[in-house]
Structures are given as C-alpha cells and as structure tokens.
Design a protein around this ligand. Structure first.
Ligand SMILES: Cc1cc2nc3c(=O)[nH]c(=O)nc-3n(C[C@H](O)[C@H](O)[C@H](O)COP(=O)(O)OP(=O)(O)OC[C@H]3O[C@@H](n4cnc5c(N)ncnc54)[C@H](O)[C@@H]3O)c2cc1C
Length: 461
C-alpha cells in the first residue's frame, strides 16, 4: 500500500526520492526531531516527511508528492509563526532553511531573496549599500512568512508594510508549477500575496523595492519604571500621534534587562524603542522628547547601525521557549485602554513576555484598504500580548492570564493581524481580512481549489 494515514511510503516516497535533491527526513531519522522544532516550544507535531528543499525543483517535487498522496503541506521559513504553522502532523513539511540567499541590485534599488531567507540575512546584504525595506524587528524571523502576512517594522510608517515593498514573487502552486506573480503577470495572485499569507503556494523567491536607510539611523532606547507607566503612555500617545512618518516608536513592557540597576531587576519596566528612518542629526533632535515622558531609568538617543537596532530584540525572544499570543489592531490609545494595559503590566506573567504597542499609520496608512490583501490601513496602533515562559507547569496559568488580559482590552480592538494569530484563532481569520475576504476566497478557488495549502491561517476555497 502506498499510503497509510499520515505516512508517505512505497512508490510515492520512491518517486519523491528520485526528484528531490535535498535530504528527506522520516520519523526516527537523525535530525528529524531538530528539523520539526520551531521557535514556539509548545509546538510538537510530527510530519510524515520533512523535505529539506534546496531550490524550486525540490519544492515542485515535494508539492507533487503531497498532492498525489493526499497529504497536507506545511512550509517552514523562519519557523517563527507562534501557531506553529510551519509544521504539520502527518503531512509533508517543506523546510526552506537551505534556501537562504539575497541578491541586491544597488543601481535599481531592488533585492531578491530566497524563500527561506531571514531578515538578518536581508538587512546584512542590503545595508552594505545603505539600502533596505521594511522588515520585522527580530532578525531571525523569515522574510517570506512575515511579508506574505503584511510585515510591520520600524520602517512601516516611512516605507509601508513589507508587503507594500514586494514587487514580484516566484511560487510553486498547488498543481506543482512554478509561477511568476507581479503587477503585470498574474496580478490577482500578486494582490493576494501582499497580505494573504501562505495560502496560494510555496514562495521560492521574492523581489523587493529598496530605499536608502542607514547604515546608521538615529535610535532611541529609553526605559521607565513601571510605576510611571500610566503617565508615560499618555505622553507616548501624544508624541506618536503627531510624529512624522520617519519616526516609529514602540512602547513595550518587558522584564527588566540585566543591564538596568539592581532595584529594577525582577520587575517589569516600560521601554520606548524607536528610530528615525532618514537624516541622523534631524532624527536625534526629533527623538529627544522620548526621554522626557517621565523620569527614565536609562536613556540612549543616538546614532546606531540599523542592523544593531534590527537585532536588539533577538535575545529577548529566545527560540524553544513556550509562547502564547493575543493581539489586535487599535482604534487609538484611550485612557481606559492604557489603564488596563498598565494593570496587567504590573502583574506581568512569564520571563519572556512582551506587551507591545506598535505604531502604524504613516505611509502604510495611505495605501487604500483594497489595494492589497492587507486591509487594516486606518488603524494608528497595534497591541500585542506576547506571553513567553520556560516551565511547562506554568502553561495553564500563563495562557489564562493572556486570555484575561485580552478580554479586558478587546473592546478597544479594530481587527486582527494574521501574522500574530495563534493556533486557536482560526475564527479570527475573517477579522484579519475584513472586506478583502471574498476576493481572497475567489483567488484561492482559482489557484488552490482543493486547499492543499491549508496548514496556515486558512482562507478556505
Ligand atoms: C520573535 C518574533 C518576532 C516577530 N516580529 C515581527 C515583526 O516585527 N513584524 C511582523 O509583522 N511580524 C513579526 N512576527 C510575526 C511573524 O511575521 C510571523 O510569525 C510569520 O509567520 C513568521 O514567518 P516565518 O517564516 O518566520 O515563520 P514560519 O513559521 O516558518 O512560517 C509561517 C507561515 O508563513 C508561511 N510561509 C513562510 N514561508 C513561506 C514561503 N516561502 N512560501 C509560502 N508560505 C510561507 C506559511 O504559511 C507558514 O505556515 C514575529 C514573530 C516572532 C516569533
């Protein structure tokens, strides 16, 4: 028999072996357990086979094998999806970690990146020319996964979402073909790739528009005691709402980092972290007010390599710990919301927890809601409750705390962001796509009518 439930064996496996150049890992093989582990240590799924693809030909072979055997497909880029969508139970997991490459064309200000590239790879290459585009704020997040869902970062207000900078992509579709999508070729598919997630195929390369940024930018990193949080956040609100597009400042509650004075250790602190994306001297001036929202514990407002800013949260988000997230876009930062955030901030659960307020608006807010699949263009902020801890015995308590917190702030919500949805939030996919959902379903019906690509925040055909 060729196929038992969730097992790839016999002729289909032999056919895949003949076409696939990268390693194929089966349960029990050396490296299988390491390859199925992702950023969120709560994810424990066992694919029938892990195909470590070396390029588009391997991706085509693995997609064909899954479709022929009737098995689901999952795609691993950076492995950062909190819901663990990179890994499937009993299906074909396409591991793109060997497809990490970046080619920069500095004259045309464009870059191509492989489907498994990380933002650290991308910024490293592009910054050699003083160029980049909007990426995530942690360097080990995947370029494809982040961009396909939208992509928020320090440059969002200046240069749009990551997906607004996506010019074209090559992807292997459900029928196993390699297809090019751009505004000229397959424009409907291109529209869907700008925010529609991994629903339409396996992206093997992405082409981006680059902008002059860095290599040094003016950056602010300011820590306030948690007992000043109510006042600091009100001043942050006033500042962020009036800031020029070049400025993006995040407000984040974190456990005090080790370099802060002893009296703050073991307690949460409020960090304002941000940058000015253009001129360094002007940026330094414009960021000065950030140190005056209260009486800071520590404040640095100075020039910093953009690549250093882009790695400054890496250590605070360690791989393999346990994570549970809730998040939503916000219509604003009313006093009642700030007070609720501060109440939960004082009772922060989990050693790796971050409560994050991300600034939106600016350039990304001027894109019409139906110009790309990402519809939430008029919201000024986004709120993330990103709970993280080490001890499995604390799972129940930390999940309950996150849900309680979310329930308290939900009345201020204005939609979901697909890249932050957890595994238990399939019912919020409609909230993520809003008025663009019907068009996405139409495109899904055309390109993946049997929903081969369903291990994701799924748009059902
Ligand atoms: C520590 C951390 C920091 C983050 N920071 C930000 C941030 O600053 N801004 C932001 O917007 N988001 C951020 N995110 C969320 C992030 O955008 C999503 O988790 C995203 O899904 C990660 O992509 P990935 O490739 O790393 O993840 P993976 O788990 O590998 O992939 C997630 C999903 O993306 C799709 N996918 C990935 N690669 C491909 C591909 N080549 N072709 C087709 N589909 C693909 C698949 O559906 C897959 O299931 C962060 C997440 C973490 C854990």
């Amino acid at each position: 028999m060729a196929r038992a439930d969730g097992i790839l064996q016999g002729a289909p496996l032999d056919a895949l072996r003949q076409r696939h150049r990268g390693p194929l890992l089966l349960p029990g093989d050396d490296g299988y357990d390491a390859a199925r582990a992702v950023w969120n240590g709560m994810i424990d799924r066992r694919p029938a086979v892990i195909a470590r693809c070396r390029g588009p030909a391997d991706v085509m072979a693995a997609v064909d094998a899954a479709r022929t055997a009737g098995l689901p497909v999952s795609v691993r880029g950076g492995g950062h999806n909190v819901g663990g969508k990179a890994v499937c139970d009993g299906g074909v997991m396409l591991d793109l970690t060997a497809m990490r490459w970046v080619h920069v064309d500095p004259e045309r200000r464009r870059a191509q990146a492989g489907g498994g590239t990380l933002w650290g790879d991308f910024d490293h290459e592009a910054q050699a020319f003083g160029l980049t585009c909007t990426g995530g704020v942690v360097s080990t997040t995947g370029v494809a996964g982040l961009t396909l869902g939208g992509g928020i970062g320090y440059l969002t207000r200046r240069h749009g979402l990551a997906c607004d900078n996506l010019l074209s992509a090559d992807l292997v579709t459900a029928d196993g073909r390699l297809v090019h999508a751009s505004d000229d070729r397959n424009p409907e598919l291109m529209w869907a790739l700008r925010g529609g997630g991994g629903n339409f195929g396996v992206v093997t390369s992405l082409e981006f528009q680059l902008h002059p940024v860095g290599p040094e930018v003016a950056a602010a990193v300011v820590f306030y005691p948690i007992d000043q949080a109510e006042d600091v956040l009100r001043r942050y609100r006033t500042y962020a709402e009036a800031a020029p597009d070049a400025i993006a400042c995040y407000a984040m509650v974190v456990n005090a980092p080790p370099d802060l004075p002893a009296e703050h250790q073991g307690r949460p602190v409020l960090a304002i972290v941000g940058c000015h994306a253009d001129d360094v001297d002007a940026g330094r001036e414009l960021l000065q007010p950030v140190a005056g929202f209260g009486r800071p514990i520590a404040a640095v407002i100075d020039a910093m390599p953009y690549t250093a800013l882009q790695t400054s949260f890496d250590a605070g988000n360690p791989t393999g710990q346990r994570y549970y997230w809730k998040s939503q876009h916000l219509t604003g930062l009313p006093d009642e919301l700030i007070d609720a955030v501060c109440r939960y901030a004082r009772d922060l659960h989990g050693d790796f927890t971050i409560i994050g307020i991300e600034p939106l608006g600016g350039a990304q807010g001027r894109v019409p809601p139906d110009a790309t699949a990402f519809p939430h263009r008029s919201v000024p902020f986004s709120l993330g409750i990103w709970t993280g801890w080490a001890d499995p015995a604390a799972d129940r308590d930390n999940v309950a705390w996150t849900r309680d917190f979310f329930a308290a702030v939900q009345p201020f919500g204005a939609g979901a962001y697909v890249n932050y949805l957890g595994d238990d939030e399939a019912d919020r996919v409609g909230e993520a796509y809003g008025g663009n959902m019907a068009r996405l379903v139409e495109i899904k019906r055309r390109w993946d009518p049997d929903n081969l690509f369903r291990v994701n925040h799924n748009i059902a055909p």
